[in-house]
Design a protein around this ligand. Structure first.
Ligand code: FA5
Ligand code: MG
Length: 412
């Protein structure tokens, strides 16, 4: 049996998830609603859009070792320290990350497994569910899916090997792609001191070449595909980029990538190698390729969603009836500890996937008391069933109680 499929439990002293038990402490902020998501494994359901995209991408990296069964529970060392995150990096904040305890957390990216898989192989893919505390709307959900890829070359022969490979490969692939993939190194996006310039540039070319080919394959129905490379920053790569694709007139960020920090390869026992890595968001691609209007739909257990897709095939999503929205406002005096992500967490715990959107609609500071008042508008709407007014009023009442109890704010 798969321990990841066992239902998680939270008690006063401990959390059990993936068949293992962890002590809770003052850093614990993970909730049952979130832990329950760890058992769903959407990318393992062959007819699920997330799995379909994953399989299509993996097919463009045929000889890569694909890891798909890592537990989402990792150490802060794996998720941050091993990847050269500074001790005060904002990604570590409790407002952004789900902690099981001070040292144990839910991974925020698939890069958490980079060091381990690079010790085992030179061409790797990792697909997994990742967890981030965030706002609530049609394109944000606290759980989403990433695919990580990395490839290493012998530093001494990298230039020759890469040039030859790109030349043979280009001769076999003719489909057009418009891309700005000339690598320009700047002070803001520097070469690592330890790297040979020519080996680094060849690695960067191979990275961009491989990823251009991957999106070209994914968007094979688009006659003209336009891709651009934007300078980016990650603690674990340098230089670094983000790939954006022009889709229906808008630039869509698909992935982050770069030349792997040499410290990581040294720690993986591979000091004589140079390599690239990327991390991409599977939902971002699935939303546009399948035309899915709301990120919550990926989590729907409704057959009208799950039964419309076929393995390895991209097809447009057919909407089933859309139910009417129901707006409710909540207004309270905020306090110094207030953070929007904490508020959204309470909303999600009380109401679950019935919430489509949470938006601040008013904020003011009382001129005399200097107290700050905020008003949030919550849009309740189910994607797959009718919700009665009575039910929503009950949820809103419970939300009002929970916000006071958990956030110590004063309702108005
Ligand atoms: C990262 O997570 C890096 N680990 C990526 C990386 C890997 C860089 C290896 C270099 C080398 P970022 O936070 O930008 O970076 O997320 C990567 C991708 O995940 C984004 O481009 C986007 O496609 C997707 N993504 C990020 N946040 C969300 C979200 N809230 N919902 C859906 N997709 C998201
Ligand atoms: Mg990004």
């Amino acid at each position: 049996s798969n321990p990841l499929k066992e239902p998680p439990t939270i008690t006063k002293d401990s959390i059990t998830v993936g068949g293992k038990t962890y002590k809770v402490d003052q850093a614990t902020n993970v909730t049952t609603t979130i832990l329950e998501k760890t058992t769903r494994q959407l990318f393992q359901i062959p007819t699920h859009p997330i799995a379909i995209i994953k399989d299509l991408i993996a097919s463009t990296f045929p000889d890569f070792k694909h890891y798909q069964s890592f537990s989402p529970v990792v150490t802060t060392k794996q998720n941050f320290d091993d990847l050269c995150f500074a001790k005060d990096h904002p990604g570590r904040a409790a407002t952004d990350t789900y902690y099981i305890n001070e040292k144990i957390m839910l991974r925020t990216h698939t890069s958490a497994h980079q060091l381990q898989v690079l010790t085992e192989a030179d061409k790797v893919l990792v697909t997994a569910d990742v967890y981030r505390r965030d706002e609530i709307d049609a394109s944000h959900y606290p759980v989403f899916h990433q695919m990580e890829g990395a490839e290493l070359f012998d530093t001494k022969t990298a230039v020759d090997v890469i040039r030859k490979q790109i030349a043979t490969d280009t001769a076999q692939h003719s489909k057009s792609i418009h891309t700005t993939d000339i690598t320009v190194i700047t002070d803001k996006n520097p070469k690592q001191d330890c790297h040979d310039q020519a080996a680094m540039l060849a690695t960067a070319d191979h990275l961009k070449y491989s990823l251009n080919k991957m999106v070209r394959n994914l968007f094979s129905h688009e006659k003209n595909l336009t891709v651009r490379w934007i300078d980016a920053q990650f603690p674990f790569t340098s230089p670094s980029w983000e790939m954006e694709i022009l889709y229906k007139g808008k630039w869509l960020e698909v992935l982050g990538c770069g030349v792997i920090k040499q410290d990581i390869l040294n720690n993986a026992g591979k000091p004589d190698k140079i390599g690239w890595a990327f991390g991409l968001g599977l939902e971002r691609l699935a939303l546009v390729l399948f035309g899915i209007p709301d990120i919550r739909l990926f989590w729907s257990q409704d057959e009208r969603f799950l039964h419309q897709f076929e393995p390895s095939k991209i097809q447009k999503f057919k909407a089933f009836s859309k139910y009417p929205p129901c707006f409710k406002d909540i207004t309270f005096w905020s306090n110094e500890d207030f953070h929007e992500n904490n508020f959204c967490e309470v909303v999600r715990d009380v109401a679950g996937d019935i919430v489509e959107d949470v938006r601040m609609i008013d904020e003011f500071t009382h001129p005399k008391t200097k107290k700050c008042s905020v008003c949030y508008r919550i849009n309740y709407r189910s994607m797959d069933r009718n919700v009665t007014n009575v039910e929503i009023n009950e949820i809103q009442d419970r939300l009002r109680e929970e916000v006071v109890r958990r956030m110590k704010v004063e309702l108005r």
